[in-house]
Design a protein around this ligand. Sequence first.
Ligand code: PEP
Length: 250
Amino acid sequence: MSRTLVFAGNWKMHKAPADARSFFDEFLGRIAPAGDRRIIFFPPALAVPTAVEACSGRSDVEIGVQHIHWEELGAFTGEISAGMARAAGAQASLIGHSERRHLFGETVGETGKKLQAASRAGLLPVLCVGETIDERRADRAEQVVREQLEPLLDCLRGNGISRDRVMVAYEPVWAIGTGETASPDDAQEMHARIRALLDEVDAAHVPLLYGGSVKPENASVLLSGEDVDGVLVGGASLEPSSFARICDAR
Ligand code: PEP
């Protein structure tokens, strides 16, 4: 039996509600539901209700948010809580995306609090991990990824979040938005290491996505790694035909 592959699109700060509507008008017509494919979009928070409405009736397509705060409510200007995202129809949340870590100073400790908040609110957390080019050159890639995974491993050890409702995305920072991709062998090698760490907490089955300049041209070869269960796509998820081609990759 073929495995279920996950195709996730991170729109970053692109697409207002009307743009999201036109995207789905075209994209959903191009992609038929398939039992072995799960699609998740992460639009800007303001476009979530439009995206949820546009995709209602398509159980193969889920909508998530790119960012949450760990508190439920309060004086946190500019933030949204996991509960609010859930109430707006979101089903998932990215956590620890490299742009949050490197541009906005999100710490490993904060990602731990967000993992728990997402899970408590019923959102599927997608924890993003990945090393910078300097860390890779210094042969520290594995250590950095292990440190970034630690809050998740900790939650799983303490049964703080459900093993069946979490994903990890390996996104080497040097490959995000740069046009450079990890080689399929490098991606598979890091995924196998992540899988081994998850196995230590009985969570080897957690889906592992690769992200970093995934395009229609390279999606199939990246997905050929046995521990690569899907892709998290930035730039190439903004255009319906290019993301549809990625979603058809096997
Ligand atoms: C991302 O934003 O998670 C990402 C992988 O971006 P891109 O595909 O543009 O490299």
